[in-house]
Design a protein around this ligand. Structure first.
Ligand code: PHE
Length: 345
């Protein structure tokens, strides 16, 4: 009996020494066999009572060494499997594969139209001027020939800043005109895109915030004919080479004479009748010769210089172009709406 126990120790020593666990399952089997709660070494410890006294100490040492060997072997195998796993993880990462595509954003329809307008005017020498949205009453109204008691202030219901009679959210990009004229000497040729605010009830057709593009040209001998030609050029670039325009007399405090420009939209379908009120003509912008008083307010000599200005809304043009029936859609940032413009350049 005792002899076979010695033989068993020898055999197990060999088995443990030569063990090679290829994977996690094999390692677990090894652990259960040699280190688990019912491991194969346990009964051997009980055999010590059958070993002759003179060799009891030796037996104890051998069997403890066997246990230590199993523990060491387990650790070794465990770390080599870990290394192996890491290496194979690296191998599954194929660096030569093309990168996954990121979802592509789209430009907002208002930006698309605004950029197009800027591009058209840049081609004929206008440069972009941008200014603040919180404006001083003077630049928005007074300099623009709209003093405090002027009835035209009611045309544009204004958001004043809390506790301030001086600061407001600009009601039109015409405030950029006075800012630029105060800072620059003619010749001035600018285009000013930006957001404006009016205290209006939000509905499908109007909003309390929207965008405008302002234009201003001041130099010696600038005439009404120059303005008309510039606006015709714009309309044809924007709406096609056969576009017809008309100028209707109008009123703005800061221009004299003033006009509104319509483009001929046509009467091809029911929507055309509705949006043009049956005339076929569509109002696009307000314009006029800069009022001499405005030049004077901004320290430009009206005897020496003349100029024209125009201002147009962007939202309505975007709605026409993309057949959008409700202006609120342009401010809701609903991705389902916006992503429809991803193919538009
Ligand atoms: N500021 C005017 C508006 O908001 C438009 C305009 C600009 C008219 C420049 C004439 C000249 O309605």
């Amino acid at each position: 009996m005792a002899e076979s126990v010695w033989g068993q120790i020898k055999q197990l020593t060999e088995e443990i020494s030569s063990a090679k666990c290829e994977n996690a399952e094999a390692l677990e089997a090894f652990r259960i066999r040699f280190l688990g709660s019912k491991n194969i070494l346990k009964p051997l410890f009980g055999e010590i009572k059958n070993v002759e006294n003179s060799r009891k100490k030796e037996f104890g040492q051998e069997i403890n060494a066997l246990k230590a060997l199993a523990e060491q072997k387990f650790k070794e195998q465990q770390s080599s499997i870990k290394k192996q796993d890491k290496a194979s993880e690296k191998n599954t990462l194929d660096m030569s594969l093309p990168a996954g595509l990121y979802p592509q954003g789209s430009r907002h329809p208002v930006s698309i139209i605004m950029d197009r307008i800027i591009e058209i005017f840049e081609k004929i020498g206008f440069s972009v001027a941008e200014e603040r949205e919180i404006e001083d009453d003077w630049f928005n109204f007074t300099a623009m020939n709209t003093p405090e008691d002027h009835p035209a202030r009611d045309m544009q219901d204004t958001f004043y800043l809390k506790d301030s009679e001086k600061n407001l959210l600009r009601t039109h990009t015409s405030s950029v005109q006075s800012r630029v004229m105060m800072e620059t000497k003619p010749p001035i040729r600018i285009i000013a895109p930006g957001r404006v605010y009016r205290n209006e009830t939000i509905s499908a057709r109007s909003h309390c915030q929207f965008h405008q593009v302002e234009g201003l040209y001041v130099d010696k001998n600038v005439s009404f004919a120059d303005m008309k030609q510039t606006l015709l050029y714009f309309a044809r670039e924007m709406y096609g080479p056969d576009t017809k325009i008309r100028l209707r007399p109008s009123y703005f405090p800061f221009t004299e004479p003033s006009a509104e420009m319509d483009v001929y939209w046509g009467l091809k379908n029911e929507t055309d009748y509705r949006i043009t009120k049956g005339t076929g003509w569509l109002e696009i912008l307000g314009c006029g010769m800069v009022d001499p008083k405005v030049l004077e307010n901004c320290n430009i000599d009206p005897e020496e210089y003349t100029g024209f200005a125009f201002g147009m809304g962007i939202e309505r043009q975007a709605m026409l172009k993309y057949n959008i029936s409700d202006i609120r859609l342009l401010f809701e940032n609903d991705v389902r709406f916006l992503k429809q413009f991803s193919s538009v350049i």
